[in-house]
Design a protein. Structure first.
Length: 573
């Protein structure tokens, strides 16, 4: 399958000519209306330039890598230890206008401007291919709607600009109400759907009809409009162009990145400006990774046992052997002690083992308190960072595409919508389709409250590390104490960082025997927590800080307000 290279054009600079002979010459380092916006190929190049804007949502720069995965560090799924990566201050709720982490870089307009410019200039093109103009416009409008969807979710009110502006105009734009921005998103996506090709006929990396429908599905779901979310999810199913992949694990291997389940992917191309720097996502001991973003023990506990019961309910669960008899997706979603991984060996004293402080009398480089780059929970990312996808020599130039939307999300949306609308049997049907693919038993039709907890847990484990968890937690809102409510009604655990650091991690060792999966059996003797470099302390799971409702929307950087006083600060900051 052919691939579209998103980084083909970083931006298109339109230069306005004047009467000066010098300025009337064709520019050598920019594109001008006199030499561009004439042919369909010109339009194609400009279209690719608008795709480059997705970099701000899914990539966010070479050294940080998967922004799309790191977004789950803004929830209870993943943990980011290093404050300089820009996520920790957001997770703790300590974000301010002068210290707003990654949120400072996401509040921008260059990507939106590229879309506006395309839509203003494309009518100058001599279109020869029937339907192509309408398709390209629909792709650009979908990209612009996506950019506005995320920013109105993150910042609330956000300037709605649908034309290119000169500098003076740009620095005088106020924030538009979130309701108006989201109404625009809704109308843009609806207007684009019919002009887009279906997933069955689109090239990899290009927006299809089902992706626009899926964005509308997300929009309605995130606004708790279950009837409309169900309509657009059902439209994707009825289209018949997608289905679940046969195997949960192999779906995330490099060779299966654009499979029958993938609605849209964000491509990383090795040894280009759009490759993936893998060091932040892998273990320290054998690979010299940073363990920047790691799964939480809380996420580990969310996976059921193979009998379909939670760890609190199942007789199969043994807290000393927490990785035995578990949902098979746990082993794919995270690398836990006892697994054989790239750079490690298939031996009791060679596999990934973050449990003991020392191994055979030597300090264990993967033990949380022995190295800054050791996982602070004792767990490592799986899924996109499967051992089969990671090679020591190619770690800094990976080509692991991100599944920005996949069919399982559609089915889980249908499950949740039906449950919320009272059709519990229909909700169970879609829920069980996803569970069956994972090798998990069906859930029974029961009362709405029980099934609501089940579908929320299923979304968490199926979609872990895919950047959707924070949006789920925001829409499920906070309890009366200002604590985010996670799946099953469990209060969201807000982690403390750096000088006041506490994260739950596992202690123990790996036994000299294997389980049915071929992993060395991890024996967990305790769960502790504490600050790196400090004495180990007893750990009790509780909320260490209050994540207030103001943190649902992020502050605007003070530097942005200094440049444009028309921008008013987010309420509460």
């Amino acid at each position: 399958m052919k691939k579209i290279i998103f980084g083909l054009i970083a931006a298109l600079t339109i230069t306005v000519t004047s009467c000066s002979d010098f300025l009337e010459r064709s520019p050598q380092d920019a594109l001008s209306p006199a030499t561009f916006w004439q042919t369909e190929n010109d339009a194609y190049l400009a279209l690719i330039g608008t795709y480059n804007g997705l970099n701000n949502i899914y990539h966010n720069g070479h050294w940080t890598g998967y922004n799309c995965v790191m977004m789950d560090a803004l929830s209870d799924n993943l943990f980011d230890y290093f404050s300089w990566e820009g996520y920790s201050v957001m997770t703790t709720g300590n974000i301010t206008p002068t210290n707003n982490g990654v949120a400072g870089s996401w509040y921008q307009f260059s990507d939106i401007r590229a879309c506006n410019e395309y839509l203003e200039m494309e009518n100058n093109v001599n279109w020869a291919t029937s339907g192509l103009e309408e398709q390209y416009k629909a792709e650009v409008r979908t990209i612009r709607a996506l950019l506005y969807l995320y920013r109105s979710n993150w910042y609330g009110d956000f300037p709605l600009v649908t034309k290119t502006l000169d500098l003076a105009e740009a620095y005088a734009q106020p924030r538009t109400s979130r309701a108006e921005v989201q109404s625009f998103i809704e109308s843009e996506l609806k207007a684009s759907i019919d002009a887009l090709p279906t997933r069955a006929s689109v090239l990899q990396g290009r927006i299809c009809k089902e992706f626009a429908q899926g964005l509308l599905m997300r929009y309605y779901l995130w606004n708790s409009d279950y009837a409309n979310a169900k309509t657009y999810a059902q439209a994707i199913v009825s289209g018949g162009n997608l289905s679940l992949a046969d195997d949960f694990k192999t779906m995330f291997e490099v060779g299966n990145q654009y499979d029958k389940e993938t609605i849209f992917d964000f491509s990383f191309i090795s040894n280009t400006a759009r490759d993936l720097y893998g060091n932040p996502f892998v273990a320290n001991g054998a690979l010299g990774g940073w363990s920047s973003i790691v799964p939480t023990v809380d996420l580990m506990d969310e996976f059921e046992c193979i009998d379909g019961k939670t760890i609190e309910e199942s007789e199969l669960y043994d807290p000393e052997y927490p990785f035995l008899n578990r949902d098979p997706r746990l082993r794919v979603s995270m690398v836990y002690p006892g697994q054989v991984y790239t750079g490690y060996t298939d031996a009791q004293r060679g596999c990934y083992n973050s449990l003991p402080e020392q191994i055979d009398g030597n300090n264990n480089a993967d033990y949380w308190n022995n190295a800054g780059n050791a996982s602070k929970s004792g767990l490592q990312l799986g899924k996109y960072f499967l051992a089969s996808n990671v090679t020591s020599d190619g770690l800094s130039h990976m080509t692991v595409h991100f599944k920005a939307m996949r069919y399982a999300e559609v089915l889980l949306t249908l499950a949740e919508c039906n449950i919320e609308l009272g059709d519990l049997a229909e909700g169970a049907k879609y829920l069980n389709m996803v569970r069956a693919r994972a090798g998990m038993p069906d859930v029974a039709v029961s009362d709405q409250e029980t099934m609501r907890a089940q579908v929320r847990r299923e979304r968490r484990v199926e979609l872990a590390g895919e950047g959707l968890r924070r949006e789920d937690m925001v829409r499920w809102q906070v309890d009366s104490n200002g604590k985010w409510v996670a799946s099953g009604g469990t209060p969201y655990i807000v982690w403390k960082f750096q000088n006041d650091f506490c994260i739950e991690h596992l202690d123990g060792d790996v036994e000299n025997r294997k389980d049915a999966n071929g992993d060395w059996v991890a024996h967990v003797t305790g769960r502790t927590g504490g600050e790196f470099g400090a004495p180990k302390t007893a750990f009790a799971r509780e909320n260490f800080a209050t994540f207030s409702s103001k943190n649902i929307f992020w502050p605007i950087s003070q530097s942005t307000i200094d440049v444009n006083p028309a921008i008013k600060q987010t309420t509460g900051y």
